[in-house]
Design a protein around this ligand. Structure first.
Ligand SMILES: Nc1nc2c(ncn2[C@@H]2O[C@H](COP(=O)(O)OP(=O)(O)OP(=O)(O)O)[C@@H](O)[C@H]2O)c(=O)[nH]1
Ligand SMILES: [Mg+2]
Length: 921
C-alpha cells in the first residue's frame, strides 16, 4: 500500500509516513494559491500537472478488507490542477488511511487560513463519492480575513478505480446543482463559501468490488468528523450527523460566550448547534459569513439542536441591526434550506413506516404540513388528514391523501371507545365531541369522515352532516386540544371531491357565511351584535331579557356608587377649602374660626349609611353578589337618593367623574324607573346597556339581510340571494387567550370585522402590574396580533371605526395628537376649497380624523400583510350605520367576484366617503 501511495506523489517521498503496519498514510493535494500576498511564508509547493500524475499500477491485494482504490491516470475533463502539498493542508486522522485532495478553482486565502477538500467515503467502486470543502480559519485571526473561496467539484471512483471528476459544470455553479438535486439552495448565504452538492445515482455502473469501509476518507486532525464522510448514497446525510454538545460558557451567566462581556440584557445571537450566545462584537467573528445559518464556524457541518428547530430561519434583532435586509434574508434562507439543517427523515415513522427524504419533504411541503414537526412516531389518517403522535389523540389536521406512511392501524391512537373513524378507534375525548355535535354513535361505531368534516356511516352513501359546523363544537375542540378541519383544507383542492358533491347534492345545508367580530375593550362590539339582532329581527329570548335586566340594574348601582364616591370627594374638597378660608379669615380677624360642616354635597345619616354600604361593596368588587335582592330591597332608597339635592349637584358635575361611563346618564336619568322590581328593558335600554355578554365571551347571531329598496332597482345579477345565511360571531379579546391562541378556532371565518373606538385616542387602560397604555395603541397592538395570526393569512378584514358621535364631541376639547400614533394629524384645508380659514365647506373635523385614522390602519395593514383593508365608519347606537357596515362586510366577501377591478387600489376602500377629504398622511 505504501508503495502504491508513494507512486501517487511526484518527487519527494518525504511526506509519507509509514508506521510499519502500512495503515497510516497521509496525502494532500492543495490548490495553487492565487490570493493576495501573504504576510508570512508558507512552504514552497511544486506545481503539479495532471499529465504528470503517475499511473497507479496495482490495486492491492489479497486482503479484502483493506482494498484501496487503484488510481488510474486522472481523466482530465476541465482545467483543474492538482497540486500536492502535505504541509499546507495538514495531516489526516491517523486511524484511517486518508488521502486529501484539493481542487483549485480560485481561492483567496489570507493569514492563518487553510483549505481542505475532502472526498467522501466510497462504499463501492463505481458509485459516486462527493467532494466537500471544509474551510478552516484560525479563530483568532478571522477578523481581518478576506474570506474568498471558490472551489467545488464532484468525483466518483470509476469501476476501474479512477477518480473521475463528475461534472465540471457544477464546479462553476454548485448552488444550482444543489438546488436541482435537493430542491433547495446549497445553503450558502454568501457566494464566498459553499459546499459541494451530494452526488446522486446517475452513475449506474455496476459495482465490481465488495463493500469496503471508507476507501477514501479525509479527516483532519482536529475535526474528527465530516458530515459527508458518513453519507450513504440515497440515504440521509443528516441522520448520521453527530449532535454537538452544548457550548459551555466560561464567563458569568448572561455573558457572551466568546468575550465573556455583557449581561443577560445584552442582545445576543445564538448558535443553532451548540447554543452558544454571542454579543454583537463577537457574532460575526465566531459565525463568519454563516453559510449554514447561525452557526459558529466550528459548528458548520453539524446538525442543529432539535430544541432550536422552532427558531430555524428566525434570527434575533441583533442580526437584523447588524446586517442588511438582503444579507439577513440570505442567511435565514440558507439556515432553512441547507441540507445539514434538515431534519433526518430516518427518525420519522408514520403509521409504522420509516420515512425517507422524499416522503419527509412531501410532508413538510404540503399545503398544510404538520406544525412543530419533530422526529418521532406518528399516525396519519390519509382520508381525513387527522394527524397525531402514536398512541395519542389527534393533534392536528394536515393535508389529506398524502402518500406518506403505511396503513393506519385501528389502535393508532390507543382509543378504547368501540367507535372508529376511518378505521381508527377514537379516543374518549373525540367521542365527547361526537356527542356534543349530536352525532348518534350508538350501534353505528364506524364513521367515514372527509377532510371537510362531513361524515357518513361506513358502507353507506349518504353524507349525514358535518361534525365541526357548530361553533360550540369548535370551541369545545379547542379547549380539549383537538383539531378542527379548516375550510382551507376543503378549499385546497385536495378535499374529497366526490364526498363534497354528495354533500351538495344532499343539500343538507347551504353555506353559512361567517363574520368574526372582535375589537379592543369597550370598542362597541356588543352594541353592534345587539344592533344586528334588532336590525334583522332576531328577538331576545325571555332568559336573555331577564339577564339583561339584571345587568342594567347592576350597572345602575355601579353608576350610583361612582356618583356617591364623587359626592364624598366634592364634599371633602369643599370643606377643606372652606376650612382654609376660615383659618385665613380668623387669623386676620382674630375670631374663633368655627365653620359649618354641611355643604351642598352633604347627605343625611340614613343615606350616608346606605352610601357607605354601597361603596364598600363596590370597592370589594362584590356588587353583583347582592343582586337581585338589592333591587327589591333598596329601590325606595335609590329613589330617595336620586332625588337628593346632593346627588343631583354631584350629577351636574358628572364630566369630572372619570370612572363614570358616558352612557351612564342614559340610565341614571331613569334611575327610579330602572331600580323598580317590575322594570322591563326597552330595546334602546338594551342597546345602551354595557356588559351584556349573551354567553360568556362569545356571542353568535344568525341572520339574513332583508332586501333594501336600493337593491331592488339593481340588475338581478347583482342582487344578493336573500336565502343566504350569515353568522355574526362576537368574541371578547380576553376570550382569545394569551397571544390570541384561540384565534385558530375561527380559522373558517369569511370576514374578520375588527372594531376600534375612535374615542380611544386619549384614553388609557391600566393592567394588573399598574402599567398604563393608551387605548388606541392597545387596539393597534391587538389589530397587529390578529392580522398577522397564522390562521388568518389571506383573510379579508373590515375595520369598523366606531363611536363617531362621541368623537365629534371629544375632538372639540382634546386634540387627536394626544395619541402618539396620530401626532402627525394636521387637518389643513384642501386647495380646492375656499382659502378662507374656516371649515364651512369642509367636512367636520371628526370626519377628517376618521379618514386620517382609517389611513393609518390601512397602511399598517398593508405593511404587514401586503393586502388591503376595508374600513367602515359606524356609530354603534345608530342602526343604519351598523347595517351599512355589515352589508359592506358582505360586499367585501363577494367583492372580487363582482368587481375584480377594485383589488388594485390598496388604500381606497372605505364604505363611508366624504367629499373633498384629504387625509394629511
Ligand atoms: N355614544 C356611543 N356609545 C357607544 C357606541 N358604541 C358603543 N357605545 C357604548 O360604549 C360602551 C361599550 O360598548 P360595548 O358594546 O359594551 O363594547 P364592547 O366592545 O362589547 O366592550 P367590552 O365591555 O369590552 O365587551 C357601551 O356603553 C355602549 O353603549 C357609539 O357608537 N356611540
Ligand atoms: Mg360589552
Amino acid at each position: 500500500m505504501a508503495s502504491l501511495l508513494r507512486k501517487l506523489r511526484p518527487g519527494s517521498s518525504s511526506s509519507i509516513h509509514d508506521d510499519g503496519d502500512g495503515s497510516n498514510y497521509e496525502y494532500s493535494f492543495a490548490s495553487e494559491y492565487k490570493g493576495p500576498p501573504l504576510s508570512f511564508s508558507i512552504p514552497q509547493v511544486n506545481p503539479f500537472k495532471i499529465e504528470q500524475i503517475p499511473v497507479a499500477s496495482v490495486a492491492c491485494s489479497s486482503a479484502d478488507q483493506i482494498s484501496v482504490p487503484v488510481i488510474q491516470p486522472i481523466v482530465k475533463s476541465s482545467n483543474i490542477q492538482l497540486t500536492l502539498n502535505k504541509d499546507l493542508l495538514g495531516s489526516s486522522n491517523s486511524k484511517s488511511p486518508a488521502i486529501e485532495f484539493a481542487i483549485s478553482g480560485s481561492a483567496e486565502l489570507t493569514k492563518s487560513c487553510s483549505l481542505r477538500v475532502r472526498v467522501d467515503t466510497v462504499d463501492r467502486i463505481g458509485e459516486s463519492g462527493s467532494l466537500n470543502r471544509i474551510y478552516d480559519a484560525d479563530k483568532s485571526s478571522t477578523e481581518n480575513t478576506a474570506q474568498k473561496l471558490k472551489i467545488s467539484g464532484s468525483f466518483r471512483v470509476s469501476d476501474t478505480g479512477e477518480i473521475v471528476e463528475e461534472s465540471p459544470e457544477s464546479e462553476l455553479n454548485p448552488t444550482n446543482s444543489d438546488t436541482a438535486e435537493s430542491g433547495s439552495s446549497s445553503g450558502s448565504a454568501s457566494s464566498d463559501i459553499f459546499s459541494c452538492r451530494e452526488d446522486d445515482h446517475r452513475n449506474n455502473v455496476a459495482p465490481v468490488h465488495v463493500k469496503r469501509p471508507s476507501v477514501v476518507t479525509f479527516l483532519s486532525s482536529e475535526e474528527s468528523y465530516d458530515p459527508v464522510v458518513n453519507k450513504k448514497c440515497g440515504g440521509s446525510e443528516v441522520a448520521s450527523l453527530p449532535v454537538r454538545p452544548h457550548a459551555e460558557r466560561t464567563g458569568n451567566k448572561g455573558t457572551c460566550y466568546r468575550c465573556n462581556r455583557g449581561n443577560r440584557f445584552t442582545e445576543k445571537e445564538i448558535c443553532i448547534v451548540c447554543r452558544a450566545k454571542y454579543c454583537q462584537y463577537c457574532v460575526i467573528r465566531t459565525m463568519g459569513s454563516m453559510p449554514e445559518g447561525r452557526k459558529c464556524i466550528t459548528c458548520i457541518g453539524y446538525r442543529i439542536d432539535e430544541n432550536m428547530r422552532k427558531t430555524q430561519g428566525k434570527c434575533s434583532r441583533l442580526l437584523k441591526h447588524m446586517l442588511s435586509e438582503v444579507q439577513v434574508k440570505q442567511i435565514m434562507q440558507a439556515e432553512l434550506n441547507c441540507e445539514v439543517n434538515q431534519m433526518p427523515p430516518e427518525s420519522f415513522f408514520v403509521n409504522g413506516d420509516q420515512l425517507d427524504r422524499s416522503k419527509l419533504k412531501l410532508l413538510q411541503s404540503c399545503a398544510k404540513p404538520p406544525k412543530k414537526l419533530k422526529p418521532g412516531s406518528y399516525w396519519y389518517d390519509k382520508a381525513s388528514g387527522f394527524w397525531g403522535k402514536d398512541g395519542q389523540p389527534p393533534s392536528q389536521i394536515i393535508t389529506p391523501r398524502l402518500d406518506v406512511g403505511g396503513h393506519l392501524q385501528k389502535s393508532a391512537s390507543k382509543g378504547n371507545t368501540n367507535v372508529s373513524i376511518n378505521g381508527r378507534e377514537i379516543t374518549k375525548k373525540e367521542l365527547r365531541i361526537l356527542k356534543l355535535a349530536g352525532i348518534p354513535y350508538e350501534g353505528t361505531p364506524d364513521f367515514w369522515v372527509s377532510p371537510d368534516g362531513s361524515y357518513q356511516e361506513e358502507g353507506q352513501k349518504n353524507v349525514k352532516g358535518r361534525i365541526w359546523d357548530k361553533t360550540t363544537v369548535r370551541i369545545a375542540c379547542a379547549f380539549m386540544s383537538l383539531p378542527v378541519p379548516s375550510n382551507s383544507i376543503a378549499a385546497s383542492g385536495e378535499s374529497d371531491v366526490e364526498g363534497e358533491n354528495k354533500f351538495k347534492d344532499n343539500s343538507v345545508q347551504k353555506k353559512l357565511y361567517k363574520f368574526l367580530l372582535v375589537g379592543s375593550i369597550k370598542s362597541g362590539t356588543s352594541t353592534i351584535v345587539k344592533q344586528a339582532k334588532h336590525l334583522y329581527n332576531i328577538p331576545f329570548s325571555e332568559e336573555e331579557r331577564q339577564n339583561i335586566k339584571l345587568v342594567i340594574q347592576s350597572n345602575l348601582y355601579t353608576y350610583l356608587g361612582i356618583l356617591l364616591e364623587g359626592r364624598e370627594t366634592f364634599e371633602e374638597s369643599l370643606l377643606e377649602k372652606r376650612g382654609r378660608q376660615t383659618a385665613d379669615e380668623s387669623t386676620s380677624a382674630g375670631n374663633t374660626g368655627e365653620t359649618t360642616n354641611t355643604t351642598i354635597y352633604s347627605i343625611g345619616p340614613r343615606l350616608k349609611a346606605f352610601s357607605d354600604w354601597l361603596i364598600k361593596y363596590m370597592v370589594s368588587g362584590n356588587l353583583e353578589a347582592i343582586f337581585p335582592a338589592a333591587t327589591r330591597e333598596y329601590a325606595p332608597l335609590i329613589e330617595e337618593l336620586w332625588r337628593d339635592a346632593a346627588i343631583q349637584a354631584t350629577y351636574n358635575r358628572r364630566n369630572e367623574l372619570d370612572m363614570l361611563p358616558r352612557g351612564a346618564s342614559y340610565f341614571l336619568d331613569r334611575a327610579v324607573e330602572i331600580s323598580k322590581v317590575d322594570y322591563e328593558p326597552t330595546d334602546m335600554d338594551i342597546m345602551y346597556a354595557e356588559g351584556i355578554s349573551l354567553s360568556n365571551s362569545l356571542t353568535t347571531v344568525e341572520f339574513s339581510f332583508p332586501r333594501t329598496s336600493s337593491e331592488e332597482s339593481l340588475d338581478p345579477e347583482y342582487q344578493h340571494d336573500l336565502s343566504l345565511k350569515y353568522q355574526l360571531i362576537r368574541v371578547h379579546p380576553r376570550g382569545l387567550g394569551e397571544n390570541c391562541k384561540w384565534l385558530e378556532i375561527f380559522e373558517d371565518m369569511d370576514v374578520v370585522l375588527f372594531c376600534v373606538a375612535l374615542t380611544d385616542y386619549d384614553e388609557y387602560t391600566v393592567d394588573r402590574n399598574g402599567v398604563s397604555t393608551n387605548k388606541m395603541m392597545a387596539a393597534k397592538q391587538l389589530f397587529e396580533n390578529i392580522i398577522t395570526h397564522r390562521s388568518f393569512t389571506n383573510k379579508k378584514f373590515l375595520l369598523i371605526l366606531n363611536k363617531l358621535d362621541l368623537l365629534e364631541e371629544k375632538m372639540e376639547q382634546i386634540p387627536l395628537t394626544r395619541c402618539e400614533w396620530f401626532c402627525d394629524f394636521n387637518p389643513v384645508i384642501s386647495n380646492n376649497q375656499n382659502q378662507v380659514n374656516n371649515y364651512t365647506n369642509s367636512p367636520p373635523l371628526a370626519q377628517r380624523a376618521f379618514q386620517f385614522i382609517a389611513t393609518k390602519f390601512k397602511k399598517l395593514f398593508y405593511s404587514l400583510t401586503n393586502r388591503k383593508l376595508y374600513v367602515s365608519l359606524v356609530t354603534g347606537l345608530e342602526p343604519d350605520t351598523v347595517d351599512e357596515a355589515l352589508r359592506y362586510a358582505r360586499e367585501v366577501m363577494f367583492w372580487e367576484k363582482w368587481d375584480p377591478s377594485v383589488t388594485g387600489d390598496k388604500f381606497e376602500n372605505t364604505s363611508t366617503s366624504f367629499d373633498e377629504i384629504e387625509p394629511t398622511t
